[in-house]
Design a protein around this ligand. Structure first.
Ligand SMILES: NC(=O)c1ccc[n+]([C@@H]2O[C@H](COP(=O)([O-])OP(=O)(O)OC[C@H]3O[C@@H](n4cnc5c(N)ncnc54)[C@H](OP(=O)(O)O)[C@@H]3O)[C@@H](O)[C@H]2O)c1
Length: 323
């Protein structure tokens, strides 16, 4: 595994991190989830990305992760970098969602319990909720650090003006933003254009989610929707309507370049995100150990020629591909 410093901090993360959004809930096969968590650790993927609502059911990914931690990784807590987040819908009532201090503090306590850990390595505000003043949310994150419930804090999906405000408040409190989490893939370059430079200028690391556009960039949808895939599952976040003919055609064209590079589509798509030097790590979501191994092999061929990048750019620059 290769590791990289998070922005202007002393913390390193693996280039590939493991996300537990799908495939680790109580609708999924626990033994498979356990195998993936342990395989990741063996391969140096020491960063696990969680959130209160990951499942389904909400909370079950954290509970399952906690089970594996307790049974298999207890002795290795200091070798792991564990995240959680609060901000999306989690429990009933007005306090179970959003970015208020009330939600963030209660949610972190619940997540710590589910995971069976004393602290998170990083705790994020999962989203700017459009209402809560950024000061309130950041003060809640700062409080978590002061209380020892989180070592570092981060923001996820913040629009640029709120992003800058968050960095300023956190810096002033001497709790600098360690990581900014944004969606980024060949099919979604919005954050790359709007948020990455602001993060880099403020010394924050950048960690990218859905680097494979939830599977669209693996080529698995090039001949229809395979059984058992995320788009085929009722619990999957990828809608069949998002598997558009234009995206499938672009994936087919990208597959030709990947083949010339001697890589799988997934590997090329991950390498492309990592090719932006501002990016610290990409969060992969896998449904099997085999997929994880395939993705790990990305690290054997990360560089691109200028000509490859130009050809890729020509394919992905069509705005109809964007989410
Ligand atoms: N901050 C936020 O708001 C936010 C939002 C979304 C995600 N995230 C984080 O980012 C993580 C990753 O997101 P994501 O799951 O959407 O990532 P992704 O890498 O874009 O998609 C993962 C899916 O792609 C397929 N896949 C992965 N590797 C493959 C391979 N080598 N060959 C074939 N198929 C492959 C699998 O789909 P199948 O299931 O079809 O096999 C897998 O479930 C999440 O787990 C979460 O931690 C954060």
């Amino acid at each position: 595994m290769q590791y990289k410093y998070c922005g202007k901090s002393g913390v390193q993360l693996p280039l590939l991190s493991l996300g537990l959004w799908h495939n680790f809930g109580d609708v999924d096969d626990f033994d498979n989830a356990r195998r993936m968590i342990l395989h990741a650790f063996e391969k140096g993927i020491c960063h696990y990305d969680l959130a209160n609502n990951y499942g389904p059911s909400p909370g079950s990914a954290e509970r399952n992760f906690g089970r594996v931690l307790k049974s298999d990784l207890k002795a290795h807590r200091d070798e792991l970098f564990i995240s959680s987040k609060a901000g999306h819908d989690m429990w009933d009532g007005v306090y179970g969602t959003g970015s208020s201090r009330k939600n963030i503090i209660a949610s972190c306590d619940q997540s710590l319990q589910r995971c069976g850990v004393e602290y998170f390595d990083i705790f994020y505000s999962h989203r700017y909720d459009g209402v809560t003043p950024v000061e309130e949310t950041m003060e809640a994150l700062i409080q978590l650090v002061r209380q020892g419930k989180a070592l570092y804090v981060g923001i996820s999906k913040y629009p640029q003006d709120k992003q800058q405000q968050a960095y300023d408040i956190l810096r002033e409190a001497h709790v600098p933003c360690l990581l900014s989490q944004y969606r980024c893939s060949m099919f979604d370059q919005k954050a790359r254009r709007q948020n990455f430079q602001c993060a880099a200028d403020n010394g924050s690391g950048i960690i990218c989610f859905s680097p494979l556009a939830q599977g669209l960039l693996t080529g698995k949808y090039n001949n229809g929707i395979p059984e058992g895939s995320r788009a085929a599952k009722s619990s999957g976040f990828l809608q069949q309507s998002q598997v558009t003919p234009e995206r499938v055609e672009a994936a087919r064209q990208l597959a030709v370049i990947a083949e010339e590079r001697g890589q799988s589509m997934a590997q090329m798509a991950l390498a492309w995100v990592l090719n932006d030097q501002r990016v610290t790590s990409v969060i992969i979501g896998t449904s099997s150990v085999g997929q994880m191994d395939n993705n790990l092999a990305t690290l054997e061929h990360l560089d691109f020629t200028a000509e490859e990048l130009e050809r890729i750019d020509q394919i992905i620059s069509d705005p109809v591909l964007s989410f």
